[in-house]
Write a new protein. Sequence first.
Length: 177
Amino acid sequence: MRKLTEEIERVADSLKKDRKKLAILLAALAGIILIVISSAGEENASEEDATQPQSDFSESEYTAMLEQRLEETVASLYGAGRASVMVTLECDYETVYARDGSYSKDEASSDEKNEYIIIDSSEHEDGLVLKTVTPRVRGVAVLCEGGNDPYVCEQITEMLSALLDLGSSSISVSKIQ
């Protein structure tokens, strides 16, 4: 134990005399610490990604964010004024899972098999997610100060139709109280 203490003191004295060696040692230690911290974070993140795919927003958060952005856009349209927007969605997020398929054909028949690709984590099995599709907008109701002007209503309807890929029958524009 005494030899180890003497060796540590000798290295410390050497580092005190040579600042370059001290700087290199400190940089190496900082690098090692950063590598350890980042690899621990990646392991936790990859476990979460593999076990349960999640979208960035819940359905209600997505709807609220979409309504807010549309309100700002409609209100900035000339003649629209203050606006309130309500959006309805067709469904919740849709998750598309990867599948492994095979197809065989002989003279009498053909056979097609599709199986989901499963990820086996330490806690449970889950399907391999290819993509998550955001909910499709079913309809939009807009109440704005300029909602009694036919030109403003037409401009809002055209804009929302283009932004949301909706037909004009799915968009309602009225005057706000």
